[in-house]
Design a protein around this ligand. Structure first.
Ligand code: PEP
Ligand code: MN
Length: 263
């Protein structure tokens, strides 16, 4: 179902009135995690002012250490929905377990499956059954074929609204958090009918590299970008080093807009 042969012209994913996979870039942005009402409201206002259409923000965080901030859960989702509605944005947020899908589905327009869960097959099947649009991140050490098989799990349950997200893969290089696989864009476009967006934030791990990676992704033909933006990155409770200020995001948005048409 995910293959190019099944849909030679490519699939379009609709999230309400937003269309992903047709010429114009979709821009998603927001903090790594929802931390407070003020924080998510300021983030929403900032990314909206820059031109973004989707607000991202984690409420269930898949943290490497069990002692790190794990997210505000349903309270965070409520705050994010409120901020997004106030600004006219769509909401995309991650679920890390299948029993969170019903709750998250009440507040989100799109559910994210994170890199660490790309091969959580039960979770994939359940978001497939839920029929809500899915943002499927590439696993940290997954091949494109494994990633497309993961998309197939979701689609095989009848949910064709799957958008792929390349977020960097683990390599021997340590200068960046992960290595952005820009090749994934043409490879996915050749083998699959699904839209693909890029997350330069989790690839770079450092805010100063985000602009370069974003431009490379767009030049390669990505259908959009998802970028971490925090009103005050220095005090972020997760991924502080890679989050952009709303001002920096605005500047980046302009540069991207000079290269491609933005929704
Ligand atoms: C995230 O988007 O906040 C996240 C945890 O991303 P990834 O699953 O790509 O690491
Ligand atoms: Mn993050």
């Amino acid at each position: 179902l995910a293959s190019r042969e099944m849909c030679p012209d490519g699939r379009v994913v609709r999230v309400g009135e937003e269309v992903i996979g047709r010429k114009k870039l979709v821009m998603m942005a927001g903090p790594c995690a929802v931390e407070s009402e003020d924080q998510i409201m300021q983030a929403a206002e900032g990314v909206k002012a820059a031109g973004a259409r989707f607000l991202r923000g984690g409420a269930y965080k898949p943290r490497t250490s069990p002692y790190s901030f794990q997210g505000m859960e349903e309270e965070g989702l409520k705050l994010m929905r409120k901020a997004a509605d106030a600004c006219g944005l769509k909401v995309v947020s991650e679920v890390v377990a299948h029993d969170q899908i019903d709750i998250a589905g009440k507040y989100c327009d799109m559910l994210q499956i994170g890199a660490r869960n790309m091969q959580n097959f039960r979770l994939l099947r359940e978001v497939g059954r839920a029929k809500i649009p899915v943002l499927l991140k590439r696993g940290i050490s997954s091949t494109v074929e494994e990633w497309l098989d993961a998309a197939e799990y979701i689609m095989s349950e009848g949910n064709y609204n799957v958008v792929l997200c390349e977020r960097g893969i683990r390599t021997f290089e340590t200068a960046t958090r992960n290595t952005l696989d820009v090749s994934a864009v043409p490879v996915v476009k050749e083998r699959s009918s699904l839209p693909i967006i890029i997350d330069p934030s989790h690839a770079a791990g450092k805010s100063r590299y985000i602009a370069s990676l974003s431009l490379a992704a767009v030049a390669a033909g990505a259908d959009g970008l998802i970028i971490e933006v925090h009103p005050n990155p220095k005090v972020a409770m997760s991924d502080a080093a890679q989050q952009l200020t709303p001002e920096a995001y605005g500047t980046l948005f302009q540069k991207v807009g000079a290269l491609a048409q933005v929704v």
